[in-house]
Design a binder for this molecule. Structure first.
Ligand code: SF4
Ligand SMILES: [Zn+2]
Length: 452
């Protein structure tokens, strides 16, 4: 995990800074992002980054200190950013709660530092308190398209507008507080690709450390809370936020090859192919390479041996799911061989499919899956053919009708079948439910942009 925001140079850590840093790494943190806020703080963060290989620095002037900003300060910032260990400009922004600097000055200094970040191609770390409209406006005008809204405290509307600008949402300790309902909602629904985690140490210690001095090792409490809110594991949050931080700051190793088998919660997913007979407008394949922190962009399709090797022991997982960045039933023979192998070992098999299997193979393939597949999730995706074609752009003419038939047939041969839809525009959930009911299957509704 990476704590993307800690003020390690602050005096609160003077007596035990080394021990705090050691504890962070002993508790599984991979890197720490030390944040400066005034000139002295920036120097401290910079020195820590120079001293420790896995501490990186973010340099900038906080809105509280905007009144002290001048050309000399900017030229000092420029000198620091020559170092590869300086990975962003921050924390910069607006704070209308304390108003330690006049608002006009805050806005100017924010804009100046954004312009500098843009010039040198660095992301920015933004502080915004009670200044939603102005923050978004200045950010948009700046043309900076990568960064973090740190210690996010806004509402869902602000989160959406922030993400629309290309910015990540970083969740800190307050999400663990009982009364932080709006923040919990944000932490639950921010798409994986935009999620980051931080402590803002020494401030804002999460429950059950609330009230104490915060430190990077405590980020695990926040991660556990976010995992529970999103219905995933601690390991999932660790992987997702780590990969996001690495990609944003350009640090550490990022998996550039596609993964064949990837774990989400306690299930193992198999990435059989990147080909598909649909082009759904909501498909994550068209948005990026990552799902829940796993790179799914295959360089080549895995063989049966590669798949079984990647699975290892099927009993280590609740189920083995044929899924991935494409339609698994395009590789029917491979799916059958590997599914049979999983069953032989006593594991459970599920297939997530777009329901085009019979169209692809021009025959009823479902009898062939009997006995080797326990459950199947089939994308119904719409309540009628017109909506289906608009959303899914299928390769076949009569795809919707055939998907419905496929669900009906699947029910005859497999113990557990469910239809799924995504809450995309124009989908009549009630009518989809009627179709599922008439076919005698459950309907699972997936939220748009939440995958895996
Ligand atoms: S069926 Fe699945 S993999 Fe294929 S385009 Fe649609 S969402 Fe993507
Ligand atoms: Zn801070």
């Amino acid at each position: 995990m990476i704590d993307t925001h800690c003020h390690l140079e602050m005096s609160q850590f003077d007596s035990d800074r080394e021990a705090v840093i050691k504890r962070a790494f002993e508790n599984g943190l991979e890197a720490l992002i030390a944040i400066g806020s005034d000139l002295k703080g920036c120097e401290g963060a910079f020195n820590l980054a120079e001293k420790y290989s896995n501490i990186y620095a973010v340099i900038g002037i906080h809105p509280h200190d905007a009144k002290d900003f001048n050309d000399e300060v900017l030229s000092q910032i420029e000198t620091w950013t020559n170092s590869k260990k300086v990975v962003a400009i921050g924390e910069i922004g607006l704070d209308y709660h304390y108003d330690h600097s006049p608002r006009k000055v805050q806005q100017e200094v924010f804009a100046k530092q954004l312009a500098y970040a843009k010039k040198c191609g660095l992301p920015v770390v933004v502080h915004s308190r009670e200044a939603k409209e102005d923050t978004l406006k200045i950010l948009e005008e700046s043309g900076v398209k990568k960064g973090i809204m740190h210690c996010f405290s806004g509402d869902m509307d602000m989160a959406q507008k922030t993400m629309a600008l290309g910015f990540h949402i970083s969740i800190a300790g307050p999400v663990t507080f009982k009364k932080a309902l709006a923040l919990k909602e944000v932490a639950r629904s921010v798409p994986d690709d935009y999620l980051l985690i931080e402590t803002d140490a020494p401030y804002l210690a999460p429950e059950p450390m609330r009230g104490k001095r915060n430190e990077p090792a405590f980020v695990a409490h926040t991660a556990r809370c976010i995992a529970a809110l999103r219905g995933v594991t601690f390991g999932d949050i660790d992987r997702i936020t780590t990969i996001n931080a690495k990609r944003l700051f350009g640090i550490g190793n990022v998996n550039t090859g596609g993964e064949i088998a990837y774990k989400i919660r306690n299930s193992l997913y198999l990435n059989v192919t990147n080909r598909c007979t649909s082009k759904c407008i909501f498909c994550v394949r068209f948005q990026g390479d990552f799902v829940k922190g796993h790179n799914l962009r295959l360089e080549k399709e895995p063989t049966e041996d590669e798949l079984t090797n990647a699975i290892g022991d099927p009993l280590a997982y609740a189920e083995v799911v044929f899924c991935g960045y494409g339609e698994p039933l395009l590789r029917l023979d491979t799916v059958k061989t590997v599914a049979a192998w999983v069953k032989e070992k006593g594991g459970k098999v599920r297939i997530n499919t777009n329901g085009h299997g019979n169209l692809i193979h021009k025959k009823n393939i479902l009898p062939e899956l009997k006995g080797i597949v326990d459950s199947m999730s089939i994308s119904l995706d719409a309540h009628d053919a017109e909506t289906y074609d608009r959303l899914c752009n299928p390769l076949f003419d009569n795809a919707f009708e055939e998907v419905v038939n496929f669900i009906r047939e699947a029910k005859r041969y497999l113990p557990d079948v469910q239809a799924t839809i995504v809450t995309a525009e124009g989908v009549d959930v009630g009518k989809c439910r009627e179709i599922a009911d008439s076919l005698g299957v459950k309907l699972r509704i997936r939220e748009l942009d939440i995958v895996g």
